[in-house]
Design a protein around this ligand. Sequence first.
Ligand code: MN
Length: 294
Amino acid sequence: MRICRFNDNRIGVVRGDKVHDVTSILDRLEPVRYPAPVSDRLIANLDAWRADIEKLADKGQTFDAASVRFLSPVANPSKIIGVPTNYQAHRAEMAADTTIEHRNRGERDSSSGVQTVLDQGFFLKANSSLVGPSEGVKLRFPDRRNDHEAELGLVIGKRGSDIAEKDALDYVVGYAMALDMVVRGKEDRSFRKSIDTYSVLGPWLVTKDEIADPETLDFSLWVNDDLRQKSNTSDMIMKVRQQIALASSFYTLLPGDIIMTGTCSGVGRVAPGDVMTFEMQGIGRMQIPVMANG
Ligand code: MN
């Protein structure tokens, strides 16, 4: 199943080039009392409600997918986890260009060059940076270098801590394309990657039953007509299961948590007026406009 959030916070099931409105599934959510749970309540129930969501889709109002505005399929993650330097070719381009990751200047040694995720662990991006593709990326500092990072996004479906690698995929509800946008510079990475709109997820969540192996997916990103990034998730240094195990050894994973699994080589600058096109095998295609903030 492909589930999306679209237009004015409507929920849809995507079948072919149509979006079937299933927003009434939200009527099942209990009224929120203070404090609201720190997780995504729809994602938490996705497996349990799936059969009923499919039935609603059979009879719901339909929209052309080309005509709707896609928001992030996850509305309320408790955290967005970033995985740094997780493709060897990206590590090599970082070694060749110190403007990509300034902090790595002090974290290199002569034998191994730029450190990888295996040394660095993860970082967090602010939840308030999360948008869907139709909202676009808004550059606050267009005079600085703002880069795209195309990545596979994992969405966690149930609570877990100290998850074993062999069980890790049990905690995944589905996958989406993820853009880990960044303004390059000397500030802390989390600060530079947490600007509003610098985390893009979409265009929908594909439930994990539709993707037999998340580690064999081709993906490509273009800026306008220029192919910038092209790789396959098989090139990850730290694999998906190990990412989930490591993340959950530090913090409890909650429904709706997003892991952005790292980018391949070819990261590059975008400017207002550009349009990014991102395709991933098994998920689909999305276009993300780039604009100046304000
Ligand atoms: Mn990244």
